[in-house]
Design a protein around this ligand. Sequence first.
Ligand SMILES: Nc1nc2c(ncn2[C@@H]2O[C@H](COP(=O)(O)OP(=O)(O)OP(=O)(O)O)[C@@H](O)[C@H]2O)c(=O)[nH]1
Ligand SMILES: [Mg+2]
Length: 587
Amino acid sequence: MHVLATAGHVDHGKSTLVRALTGMEPDRWAEERRRGMTIDLGFAWTTLPSGRTVAFVDVPGHERFVPNMLAGVGPVPAAMIVVAADEGWMPQSAEHLAALHALDVRHGLLVVTRADLADPGPAIGRARTEIARTSLGDVPAVAVSPVTGAGLAELRTALDRLAEGLPPPRVDGPVRLWIDRAFTITGAGTVVTGTLGAGRLRAGDELELTGGHRTVRVRGLQSLGTPAAEVTAVARVAVNVRGVDRNAVARGAALLTPGAFRLTDLIDVRVHGDPAADLPATITLHAGSAAVPVRVRPLGPDTARLRLRQPLPLRIGDRALLRDPGRHHVAGGVTVLDVAPPALTRRGAATARAAELSTMDGVPDAAGELRRRLLVRRDDLARMGVAATGPAVAGDWLADPAHWARLRERLTAEVTAYARERPLEPGAPVEALRRRLGLPDRALVEALVRPPLAIRTGRVTTGSIGVPENLVAAVDKAFADLKGRPFTAPEANRLAELGLGARQVGAAVRAGLVVRLADQVILRAGAPERAVAVLARLPQPFTVSEARQALDTSRRVAVPLLELLDGLGATRHLPDDRRIIEKPPED
Ligand SMILES: Nc1nc2c(ncn2[C@@H]2O[C@H](COP(=O)(O)OP(=O)(O)OP(=O)(O)O)[C@@H](O)[C@H]2O)c(=O)[nH]1
Ligand SMILES: [Mg+2]
């Protein structure tokens, strides 16, 4: 199926033409038929001579209903521009064309109708000139009169040729169905309709409904009035959704493939049209079938930041338009450059951002996103519309290679600094390093660790390169008999028995397994810190003997341990040989 939107000034014969082509009534409302004027979108379809099906979204031409017109054309990439032979080019001919151009619609057809009332030549000439200046370029033109039937056969042939030239849709991509109507059918519940531009829908699918982040299930589908188990883009589709109150859904909402889009209320855009500086401070953004007021902050000559009053499921590269409803003025199209832009709080940030945006074009660019974001989850990028295929550094985290290399250097520096600040600890906790490096996930710290750095029990240590298994086992054995007595050192002969000579003990110290108090006097790493906590509970000051008893250890350990603590500034040695705790223990 192909979908075309009509466009053109009020009363120029759009609905009459659609009726003549399809035999269907696009003006659905009694009020429309009474007033002879389209107010809201109408839908009709027909089969072309080739057998192709074409569906029309018939739009209103009256200036008051331009927002309805935009909701209809937003998701439709091809247009049938209708001009009355007897009236010629008129204000909404121009405004509709400006809207199509702003949305970068590239496929279309000019139909000069009411050809029984006047020579269609002048209208064709003027309209083609106007259209040639836009994204539509040179379009074929057909003169018709639904009243006499003249030109309708040629028009059908021209529609076939247009349909043939339309780019094929992405049918494997995610679904973003912009809703243009929502209503209730007795017995079936809520039904929404829209133009499916990409992807496929199946009965039973789960989808996300914007507006409340709700998951809804597709109960049934119809396309062109016929029930279908599956509908593939491009198509007009009616979706019966389970579990949604009619009042909870309206035009401008969208049904989305779950997890495939992010709702954003802050975007950076390129503006095609008026200079960014000339945009009013508030204006309406039309995207898909949605219309949302936005606050504009110009950044560069043709770039701006838009703050949306309601979030929309937008992606990098999306095309939308800005219209000033007060002035009936399409200010221009926008290309979405960023849907998760950085805050502009630092001085000079806006200028720097403008320079950055000037290099962006809305074509999803994974390497560029990594360079700008430094670290980002693959899923988050996909939700922005950027498919990144490179390897993750940890989990689903992707990193800019240069940034990752810098982080690795900073990690080494932080681990070294931590060891200097807290020599009693067996390495820096992963969580502390995560905070110091400002990283969002501990898995990133772990992934940064490379020899000679190593991770042991949640801490990153320096110099534990190649700690042999048997050294770890020997150290474990040396302390095995001393469970519950953390301040007792293994006897020297026990160390000798286990093959822990001076060299092996040195390696165990470097690996962060033990701390050395004196020659062949070692404690488990972390024991000195725990000692400070015990000593802090003693009446101050305290003697060596009181410390020894409190720690349940020997003088062989207590004396060098206290000296170590003195050296670290944890305790202070008083002239009367007693000590006080200098620094309260940290947790
Ligand atoms: N003589 C003649 N009258 C026509 C022709 N096409 C449309 N009309 C008349 O023009 C008037 C407007 O036609 P519509 O089809 O409602 O125009 P429209 O463009 O859909 O108008 P809006 O939807 O309100 O923008 C109606 O009275 C039609 O009968 C034609 O080819 N010849
Ligand atoms: Mg009409």
